[in-house]
Write a protein that binds this ligand. Structure first.
Ligand code: HEM
Length: 485
């Protein structure tokens, strides 16, 4: 079989890919060996900055199919007809570790979904947990510093992890979730995905609703115990990647059913707790799950670097009929992601195939910057307004306006009548079986007992006591036991 010719980057044939050019036999290498120089120089540039969080991940393409009519709540085009399919790309991830960290860690999992809709790409950048540790974005860099490697020791430190949490009573709910049975998913296929934040839907009449997204796995929830996780993380650090890749290659396509909880916008102000507080769930008894559609992953990327490492999701990528809520965390994220992409990938990252719209085309006046290609041709103007036939604004807001009142200032989010940082953590604890409670307490105490300062331990114990007396007592007893050992 005749093979194609190996070429340099500029397309010239390569004479020898085994021996570099030298000055005589056994002599030093000569500078004119273009192929060698190019190969070594390219190799030095093969890594880009990893994501500052969620560095380790796996991705797959698929589709979303609408199964239920939600047009009363949103005018989003991709949701407007039962049976309509939209191409998607989903990237799963762990959060705290760097690239190369083990998949089977006790850590939230990212669930970042891109819908390539006919009205532009819609990114829903969620996790496998319905809540989060904090509720103001100004705390996010400190929070992440405390969970990642310490600048001096170069490793994760229980002192830092728990010291941050000692100062973040609002994290008690998410800690209870993370240290519980769902804290180490058996694979990416066996976990749910959540939008976590409250988002806004707007229907064709301009009526606004607040919504929370729930993607329920159709593979069933499967998790690992701490011992199983530690063993698997050591034996096969790529366990989740292997599972996802092989399952799709075998034609066993993972799927999730999407449900939403829908709150009419007028009910938000008087709801018994702040519906935009990311540390809380909305009880299903108040707002039941309503089915929307089905997400199926059926194609692996051909190149992990090009399509997974370079994929970019921004919570600010909305389409008509969907918008943000006033959740402060979400508002902070609306800035953070595209900024990260411009740093990590460059200003033209939206032109990469995985990030570019597929069902429509971007059409605007941005042109230059690193790695620009000219997609517009020689006659297109790069300014607006213009007297030519360049693209023009629609004068239609994507979503309904949010009502605001009062003065600017560094305000805490408003407290509603039932708001506190602990009651939902207590409710989650009381839902657990005796065995689950035992594992939860062991997992928390396993970490907390390693903390060097008693005052930090005491502050954390106070949070578990506040959530539920029995919960607090048992964590305290187990921590004391482990510290006496
Ligand atoms: C104010 C709070 C937050 C900030 C400032 C923040 C910031 C970031 C940044 C800078 C990245 C890296 C983006 C990149 O390089 O492509 C990232 C990734 C990610 N974040 Fe957040 N984050 C926040 C909260 C959250 C929350 C609450 C969730 C889930 C509900 C979340 C889910 C994710 C996911 C899934 C990724 C990975 C996306 C991917 O696969 O490319 N983050 N975050």
């Amino acid at each position: 079989m005749s093979k194609p010719t190996l070429t340099t980057e500029s397309g010239a044939p390569v004479a020898d890919n085994q021996n570099s050019s030298t000055a005589g036999v056994g002599g030093p290498i000569i500078l004119q060996d273009q192929h060698l120089l190019e190969k070594l120089a390219r190799f030095n540039r093969e890594r880009i900055p990893e994501r500052v969080v969620h560095a380790r991940g796996s991705g797959a393409y698929g589709y979303f199919e609408v199964t239920d009519d939600v047009t009363a709540f949103t005018r989003a085009d991709f949701l407007n007809t039962v049976g309509k399919r939209t191409e998607t790309f989903l990237r799963f991830s762990t959060v705290a570790d760097s690239l190369g960290g083990p998949d089977a860690a006790r850590d939230p999992r990212g669930f970042a979904l891109k819908f390539y809709t006919e009205e532009g790409n819609y990114d829903l950048v969620g996790n496998n947990t319905p809540v989060f540790f904090i509720k103001d974005p100004i705390k996010f860099p400190d929070f992440i510093h405390s969970q990642k490697r310490d600048p001096f020791t170069g490793k994760q430190e229980p002192d830092n992890v728990w010291d941050f949490w000692a100062h973040a009573p609002e994290a008690t709910h998410q800690i209870t979730w993370l240290m519980g049975d769902r804290g180490i998913p058996a694979s990416y296929r066996h976990m749910n995905g959540y939008g976590s934040h409250t988002y806004q839907w707007t229907n064709a009449e301009g009526e606004a609703f607040f919504v929370k997204y729930h993607f329920k796995t159709n593979q069933g929830i499967r998790s690992l115990s701490s011992e199983q996780g530690a063993e698997l993380a050591g034996k096969d650090p790529n366990s989740h990647q292997t599972d996802l890749l092989q399952s799709i290659e075998r034609g066993v396509y993972p799927s999730w059913t999407l449900y939403v909880q829908i709150m009419p916008a007028a009910e938000a102000a008087d709801y018994r707790f702040n519906p935009f507080d990311l540390t809380k769930v909305w009880p299903h008894a108040d707002y039941p799950l309503q089915r929307v559609g089905r997400l199926v992953l059926d194609r692996n990327p051909d190149n992990v670097f090009a399509e997974v490492e370079q994929s970019a999701f921004s919570p600010n990528n909305f389409v008509p009929g969907i918008g943000p809520s006033p959740d402060k965390m979400l508002q902070g994220r609306l800035f953070a992601y595209a900024d990260a992409h411009r740093y990590r990938l460059g200003v033209n990252h939206t032109q990469l195939p995985v990030n570019a719209p597929k069902a429509t085309k971007a059409n605007n006046y941005g042109r230059d910057g690193l790695m620009a290609t000219n997609a517009y041709g020689r006659h297109a103007k790069n300014y607006e307004p213009n007297s030519y036939d360049g693209p023009a604004q629609t004068n239609e807001a994507l979503s309904a306006p949010l009502a605001v009142a009062g003065y600017t200032g560094t305000h805490e989010a408003p407290l509603h009548t039932k708001d506190d940082d602990f009651f939902q953590a207590g409710e989650l604890y009381r839902l657990m079986s005796e065995d689950e409670k035992k594992r939860l307490v062991d997992n928390i105490a396993g970490g907390l007992s390693q903390v060097s300062r008693d005052d930090v331990i005491e502050k954390n114990l106070a949070h578990f006591h506040a959530a539920d007396q029995d919960y607090g007592k048992r964590v305290e007893a187990r921590v004391r036991e482990l510290r006496e050992d």
